[in-house]
Design a protein around this ligand. Structure first.
Ligand code: UTP
Length: 292
């Protein structure tokens, strides 16, 4: 069975929901406390055994490349000041084998994936949206690792889904389920984009983690452009209609850092998990609670 060894992180979107910061800072560089979301994603990949990463960037987004490159002045200063812990923090991003490819025009997620085709070379790949973060607690399996295991045992593309309820159903792609195995692997029969509560096919919402068979690249090339974008969901729809795509829930908590409230939530919850910040953050929350 084919092994998954490569990953694509699309990071070239316009980030309109998060203006004005996204004029100059790509959404995947938005930080949770002190670390950009894209670095958390690289950690999820490393703990899932994937070392080969291609990041799709917009023209001129040097800030992402810089984050994964040496910073000699900073490193020398930290060394001469004997700040070895901070030196290690600064060096952390150099351990990832990251390639960059430019998406000249932000023509949608499928367009971004196609830009990475030369690196993928027909092989299966993990796809992790650059502005979504998944916190895996103690003992939790990383989300992308779960999907890789499913792909490697079935040979079928697989997407991560999470349970949503009430009005939240209308915020995500929603799947209809044909069948489900004992260990929670579902065969998708249909996908509806952001349905009303009545139109929803299930409580399972699509999130930004996928493992795709390499064949999907050819499929993406045949998609029609709508509203100047090539929609990845069009390819997922076709796979679903042919019974060729699976879905699975995952351990952990997903944050949409590219959404304003998702960003606030992620920062607050990570602060509550941080040894350095948790006490002050709890105090702050108590104070605020008294006032509202
Ligand atoms: P989004 O759907 O959040 O799109 O992309 P966006 O354009 O960045 O953001 P909004 O909706 O205007 O605020 C999901 C991921 O796919 C990447 C984005 O960078 C993000 O990480 N993406 C999206 C691309 O790389 N290229 C694109 O053309 C579109």
């Amino acid at each position: 069975m084919k092994k998954v060894t490569k990953a694509i992180i699309p990071a070239a979107g316009l980030g309109t929901r998060f203006l004005p910061i996204t004029k100059a800072v790509p959404k995947p560089m938005l930080s949770v406390i002190d670390k950009p979301t894209i670095q958390f994603i690289c950690e999820e990949l490393a703990s899932s055994g994937i070392a080969d990463i291609v990041i799709v960037v917009s023209p001129g987004s040097e800030v992402i490349k810089n984050h994964f490159s040496p910073a000699p002045e900073l490193e020398n200063r930290l060394l001469s000041d004997k700040k070895s812990k901070l030196y290690d923090v600064a060096m952390e991003t150099l351990k990832y084998n990251v390639n960059f490819v430019v998406q000249e025009t932000a023509n949608g997620l499928a367009g971004a994936i196609l830009c990475a085709e030369p690196y993928i070379n027909g092989e299966p790949f993990a796809l992790l949206l650059g502005d979504e973060l998944i916190y895996a607690g103690e003992g939790d399996k990383p989300c992308i690792k779960r999907l890789i295991e499913i792909y490697e045992s079935t040979g079928k593309s697989v997407i991560a889904t999470m349970e949503v309820f009430g009005d939240d159903v209308s915020k995500y792609g929603n799947i209809g389920i044909k069948d489900e195995t004992e260990d929670g692997v579902m065969t998708i029969e249909r996908i509806v984009e952001k349905p009303s509560i009545n139109e929803a096919l299930s409580n399972n919402a699509i999130i930004g983690r996928y493992v795709m068979d390499g064949k999907v690249m050819d499929m993406l090339k045949t998609l029609t452009v709508r509203n100047n974008e090539i929609y990845f969901t069009d390819a997922l729809d076709t796979l679903a209609a042919n019974g060729e795509i699976l879905a699975s829930n995952f351990d952990g908590i997903r944050y949409d850092v590219g959404d304003k409230f998702g960003y606030v939530k992620a920062n607050l919850e990570y602060a509550l998990r941080s040894e350095e910040l948790k006490d002050q953050t709890k105090e702050l929350i108590k104070e605020l609670y008294e006032k509202i």
